[in-house]
Design a protein around this ligand. Structure first.
Ligand SMILES: Cc1cc2nc3c(=O)[nH]c(=O)nc-3n(C[C@H](O)[C@H](O)[C@H](O)COP(=O)(O)OP(=O)(O)OC[C@H]3O[C@@H](n4cnc5c(N)ncnc54)[C@H](O)[C@@H]3O)c2cc1C
Length: 389
């Protein structure tokens, strides 16, 4: 445990060294020119964006699954490129159904290949409309009906039904329709997963990006330090920026917010290239995992690891989060959980000296760019004004 003197005269403590906490710490250190202590319960910084080099192959592994940086937001891009250069990697996702591989999201390539057709872009919309109209669903009551009403039975059964069942551990008939607002169908052969103007991978890795984010001399980082073991030592007039789970902060007094978790199984294969791409989805129920990540494809420009005669895979298995030790990955966005979250949110608005944020504090799935945008805004609206108050 940290000695009490570490907290003496502290004005700023950030709980969590994920992207949200690290951006806040960097702003406090640089813009306010104030000392800030970051406490992190894990043995490393970076939160779920953490990565490391696998010792034998030197392939960069993303501990919590593939992370691609992408954004439409020039402000976020300008900010993050101050800490790393980015490659021009453009993400593509493929999915295996039966014995064949298709592009995701559903595109002209997927449709033509799946139906054995040669439709032209101007013919796709009418084709999909006809497919979905034949199901005759005017008011979808669940996720299955909603998806069928958007893309029709055959595409739904091939690419959505079993994948969704694996992902959420539930028959799509039992999932609310509003989990999906739209299913993107591309009318052309564009296979890029993201449409954002800015996209890429940190040239020398996420671990270096975090090293630079937290390198300001005003920042000190304490690893293996759980906030709940030291909270009594933090001075009452210190501002605490808490990026952990909001329900845990209040000792789960209204109940526990539900999350889906993931289990990753690592394999090192004695081949140079296992699947020819960084992420392959598995749409069918016979395959128990949803995706295989093959990290070397995220950095084809790194000659040595890319041509190394071995490759590192992660098989991704979605799971329920049945015990507290399991990681929280995806919030389960039901009305019940939202109502619970609002109770905690209301309680946090009455907590003096505490600012909450990040995906765990906001109980929200946030991409990295949204996390940065939210941290910058939180700094400007909730932390900066205190300085002049
Ligand atoms: C499987 C998966 C894939 C993803 N892929 C992408 C992608 O390709 N592109 C993209 O833009 N985004 C992606 N994301 C989203 C990305 O991971 C998040 O945007 C980002 O991690 C959010 O950062 P954060 O700081 O809010 O949370 P976190 O990264 O979870 O950081 C919170 C930190 O707080 C620490 N902490 C919590 N409680 C305590 C405590 N009591 N005491 C001390 N420390 C504590 C935790 O250990 C953690 O380090 C993905 C997410 C998942 C789940």
């Amino acid at each position: 445990m940290l000695p009490e003197k570490q907290f003496l005269n502290r004005k700023y403590v950030v709980v969590g060294s994920g992207l949200f906490g690290s951006v806040i710490a960097e702003r406090i250190a640089k813009v306010l020119n104030q000392k800030v202590l970051v406490i992190e319960q894990r043995p490393h910084v970076g939160g779920n964006c953490h990565s490391f080099l696998e010792p034998e192959t030197q392939i960069e592994i993303h501990t919590h699954g593939t992370h691609i940086f992408h954004t439409k937001n020039p402000r976020v891009w300008n900010y993050i490129t101050g800490f790393s250069s980015f490659t021009n990697y453009q993400h593509k996702v493929l999915t295996q159904h039966g014995n064949r591989v298709y592009f995701m999201p559903i595109s002209l390539a997927t449709i033509n290949s799946f139906y054995g057709l040669n439709l032209k872009p101007y013919e796709v919309e009418a084709f999909i409309r006809k497919e979905s109209a034949s199901a005759n669903i005017s008011e979808p009551r669940n996720l299955e009906e909603k998806a069928i009403s958007m893309v029709g039975q055959p595409l739904y059964k091939a690419f959505i039904r079993e994948y969704t069942t694996k992902q959420w551990g539930m028959d799509p008939k039992l999932l609310p329709a509003d989990i999906i607002t739209r299913l993107p169908v591309r009318m052309n052969y564009n296979a890029n997963y993201f449409n954002d103007l800015y996209q890429g991978m940190p040239v020398d890795g996420y671990f270096k990006l975090f090293e630079r984010l937290l390198s300001h001399p005003n920042i000190s980082v304490e690893l293996n330090c759980n906030y709940f073991s030291v909270r009594e030592l933090i001075p009452k007039d210190c501002l605490v920026v808490y990026t952990g789970p909001i329900d845990q902060f209040f000792d789960y007094c209204h109940g526990m917010l539900e999350w889906r978790s993931l289990r990753f199984e690592t394999e090192i294969k004695p081949v140079q290239d296992f699947q020819g791409t960084s992420v392959m989805n598995y749409a069918d129920s016979e395959v128990p995992y949803t995706r295989i990540h093959e990290f070397k494809h995220l950095h084809p420009e790194r000659d040595k690891p890319f041509s190394f005669p071995k490759t590192v895979l992660y098989k991704e298995y979605p799971t329920a989060r049945l015990d507290l030790a399991q990681e929280r990955y995806y919030p389960v966005n039901t009305a019940k959980n939202q109502a619970l979250f609002l109770k905690y949110k209301d309680q946090s608005s009455h907590s003096n000296g505490i600012v909450m944020g990040g995906r765990l504090g906001d109980y929200r799935y946030l991409d990295m760019d949204q996390t940065i945008a939210s941290a910058l805004e939180t700094f400007e609206t909730k932390i900066l004004p205190r300085k002049s108050a």
